[in-house]
Design a protein around this ligand. Sequence first.
Ligand SMILES: [Zn+2]
Length: 407
Amino acid sequence: MFKLFYENPYLRETTAKIESVERKGKKIRIKLDRTIFYPEGGGQPSDRGIIEGEGFRIKVEKAEGKEEIWHEGKLEGREPKEGEKVKLLLDWEWRYENMKQHSGQHVLSAVLKKLYDSDTTGFQIFERYNKIEINFDGKLSWEHVLKAEKLANEIIWKDLEVKVEYYEELPKEVAKELRKQLSDKIKDRVRIVKVGDIDIIPCGGTHVRSTKEVGLVKVINFYKKSKNIWRVEFVCGNRALEFLDEILEDYWKSLNEMPNKNRPLVERIKEFKEGLKALEDEKTKLRKELWEWKGKALLSEAEEINGIKIVSRIESLPMKDAEAFAIYLVDKNPNTIALIMGKSYLIFAKNKGIQKVSMVELLKEILSEFGGGGGGGEVLAKGGGFKAKPEEVLKKAREKLKHSLQS
Ligand SMILES: [Zn+2]
């Protein structure tokens, strides 16, 4: 398997010969004598593209493998055969962006090493952004991160050459310059990537020729992952532009939603929150007033049995609000019991001073008659799911309560 992406990472089109064909469910997998498809590895995602032959076409979604690279995708047309010649076409936009992200990472990692002696312990390119993991003792701040970003961009704009060198055995003078020591796993020839004179590291990915092509490195977020490991998220190239455009769009749209559209947005949000708080306070005040009036009206027409007032009402409020009102009413008014029935709930509440009846006992009687479920305690009980009309349930509850109070 000849890896053309190492010879020339800018090669986006070539021909090859099929060596093996495999079926994998609805997908097809093929192995070629040579390829321009970079297989997933080292944090860089797999290439995508098209493999075309006489009478078939494979939409390559994934290339994988180390020595043997398999190209996997959806087949259109007839099944390809061993020995056939095919044309390979890369999704160049995808690959070139990945090359920019990857090369930008080398620069950012080199700067973090230089400024803070931080090693890059992990790297991943995602569809829309990239992530590195670094070690950093103490608290990483935006100040640290932006300082590194500034220096990384200064390096990128210097138009430094990115060179790839191969060594059968690594010379000592090269080995001591490496940002990261060579893995013991690497037994055969070593691939070294140099970015000007600022970074030298073993790497198996694809890179741009000049740092200038990276365009921009923008850190978008960072956070602590574990003890001294921090994740730094960043974007390069066109993906940086797309990312910033999205944030700007969100910013302007959000600002436009504000009653006062003057910048900055954070000030408008603070005003908005203050306004909301004032409205909430006003609402609470008005609700208390409403409850007072409502309570008075209900008490004036309540039945009174042995000095206990029974307020019963079919309620349209949601259960939470009805419950709050019932509690308010019985707490404020001694010798009062509230029976509140909603569409799907029933609330019994009594003033704590009333000894004679238990709300949960009353509820149990109702449940045994109309089905449903619920529970509660002496002063407050709640239920629902009755097999009868609310009016009917409420009427029965009133009768049972009156009976208890009269005896
Ligand atoms: Zn690399």
